[in-house]
Design a protein around this ligand. Structure first.
Ligand code: ADP
Length: 286
């Protein structure tokens, strides 16, 4: 083994670290165990200035752990995941007013059911809710309808049993959100809104490790939603943030500041996309 990192991971948590690095005020709500994994998650977030004061620390709970092996030569990653799960959030375990004090809510799959609980109140207060549709989970389909923005990786094509990327986007948009977005790794990202289809290429960087790319993309997307940017600018910003975290191991130490992201977007050095690959795909994984 050439090198290793011990870092707090997780979808919403990594996205929050990224948003803090961009200069936004962030808070994480979730459940961790009182084990070393839980402590690592909390200390990692505190380092970035994420407010963890409302995190539920479950006595005897086991925080999930993933071992990620990155082969720099073969450009592969192998993930060994210990799927323990401490409890889930519920409206009785948190102060709903604290949740609703945010200007934007990012819900990851682990907290789909809590997202569904809080969604009606968020809608009432016009707080945009972004759903990270990473994988099928209880409440997944209801959440497609409850969210304002649904952002998933290419895996969502098979999760929805769709024939291709566009079909998956249509299924999601039909459920009700304002926009359906699918990230396509080094092919960038594609979005469908009621104004049409938007596709933007990825930015060229020296890629070392990609597991945090999707989480960083979500952070970039949330940042753009808060700024009220149009979809092209939103995808460019999120693609740039997604690319920049791929420059090092673990994702956290390469999280860029705002200037780095804007500079990469302005430089416009993108990876050529393959039309054929995207449009002839029938839902198979690359
Ligand atoms: P996930 O990490 O959830 O599987 P993706 O692999 O689709 O998600 O990556 C999310 C985003 O990160 C992409 O849409 C793209 O913007 C960026 N990204 C991922 N891999 C690369 C890469 N090799 N080069 C440049 N950008 C990348």
């Amino acid at each position: 083994m050439k090198d290793y990192r011990l870092v707090g991971g997780g979808q919403a948590t990594t996205a929050l670290a990224a948003l803090s690095r961009l200069g936004l005020k962030t808070a994480y709500l979730g459940v961790v165990g009182d084990d070393p994994g839980g402590k690592l998650v909390l200390s990692g977030l505190k380092e970035f200035g994420v407010d963890v004061s409302s995190v539920v620390v479950e006595e005897g709970g086991e925080t999930p752990v993933a071992l990620i092996f990155v082969d720099e030569t073969a450009h592969t990653r192998t993930i060994a995941y210990q799927p323990t799960a401490p409890g889930r959030l519920s409206l009785s375990s948190v102060d709903p007013e604290f949740v609703l004090s945010g200007r934007c809510l990012l819900v990851d799959p682990h907290e789909t059911l809590f997202g569904l609980e809080i969604a009606p109140a968020a809608k009432e207060r016009s707080i945009p809710l972004i759903y990270d549709a990473e994988h099928m989970t209880d409440g997944f389909e209801e959440m497609l309808a409850a969210a304002d923005y649904v952002v998933g990786s290419e895996d969502v094509v098979s999760t929805l049993n769709a024939s291709c990327v566009e079909a998956a986007l249509e299924t999601i948009l039909d459920a009700g959100p304002k926009a359906a977005v699918i990230t396509l790794g080094s092919e960038g990202a594609i979005a469908l809104t009621r104004r049409g289809l938007f596709r933007r290429p990825a930015f060229r960087v020296r890629v070392i490790d990609t597991p945090a790319a999707g989480d960083a993309f979500h952070a970039g997307f949330a940042y753009a939603v808060l700024r009220g940017w149009d979809m092209e600018r939103t995808l460019d910003f999120a693609n740039a943030l997604g690319a920049l975290v791929c420059r090092g191991l673990g994702g956290r130490e390469t999280l860029p500041d705002l200037k780095e992201v804007l500079d990469l977007v302005a430089a416009g050095t993108t990876v050529p996309t393959s039309e054929e690959k995207l449009f002839n795909r029938k839902g198979e994984k690359r």
